[in-house]
Design a protein around this ligand. Structure first.
Ligand SMILES: CC(C)(COP(=O)(O)OP(=O)(O)OC[C@H]1O[C@@H](n2cnc3c(N)ncnc32)[C@H](O)[C@@H]1OP(=O)(O)O)[C@@H](O)C(=O)NCCC(=O)NCCS
Length: 204
């Protein structure tokens, strides 16, 4: 069977919506909100970029505005707009790693005061549904620093499996770091998360 084209131009994903979030293209007016999380050293601790100076955030926004006119493209980066604040509080992306094998890697970041409320799991679930069900992906992967518990917990809540540990594969800020690799196949997607997310108290 011929696998489906992973990104037919006619199927450029429009904005996605979840209970608490809108996943959409970045806009120039998001610059300040992006800088709020991008300049936080705790947020960027395990990221290959940051903490951002104002010019780094401006360059990121300029790149995002330029990219959104191109489709298909190697990276689908979307802003996470929190409905209750009507502003951008983070970002989520699918990076095309291997077109021939229909594989994309997911990545995400969120403003620090909002961590631990299930927001990125909610966004990632919507983006993965789009990746498997709309873009016809075969495999979605994710990678994080071995110490980044919040990040790999998101992957596990989504049902991704830990596939390996790359020892000292990256040197960041003068230090060698180990990377955890997670993956999920299209055939596993329908099976739902292996670890069910806990019921959340509405007062949280
Ligand atoms: C990683 C990140 C995106 C997670 O976003 P989030 O919205 O807080 O994630 P969720 O609330 O959906 O899930 C996080 C889970 O990890 C758990 N967690 C977070 N930090 C933890 C820690 N230090 N120890 C144990 N569990 C932890 C949370 O309790 C939650 O699990 P639960 O729902 O079972 O309680 C966010 O912390 C972040 O932006 N970090 C900085 C950027 C980053 O590192 N991005 C990933 C790069 S690979």
């Amino acid at each position: 069977m011929i696998p489906p084209d992973p990104m037919p131009p006619t199927q450029r994903p429009e904005r996605l919506e979840t209970e608490r979030l809108i996943l959409r293209d970045f806009r120039l007016e998001d610059t300040e909100a992006v800088h709020a999380y991008g300049s936080d050293p705790e947020v960027t601790q395990y990221m290959p970029w940051g903490p951002n100076r104002p010019e780094d955030t401006a360059a990121f926004i300029a790149r995002a505005l330029e990219q959104k006119t191109t489709w298909p493209r190697l990276e689908l980066g979307l802003a996470l707009e929190l409905k209750s604040e009507a502003q951008v509080v983070g970002a989520i992306a699918l990076h095309l790693r291997d077109l021939r094998h229909s594989t994309m890697e997911i990545g995400y970041v969120l403003r620090r005061d909002l961590w631990g409320k299930g927001l990125v799991s909610e966004a990632a679930r919507a983006l993965m549904a789009m990746g498997f069900e709309q873009l016809g992906l075969h495999r979605i992967t994710a990678a994080c620093d071995v110490r980044n518990v919040g990040s790999y917990r998101v992957m596990e809540k989504l049902g991704m499996r830990r596939e390996g540990l790359l020892r000292q594969d990256r040197q960041l800020r003068g230090e060698w770091r180990d990377t955890l690799i997670y993956g999920l196949l299209a055939e596993e997607w329908g099976a739902g998360p292996i670890i069910q997310p806990p019921e959340r108290d509405s007062a949280e």
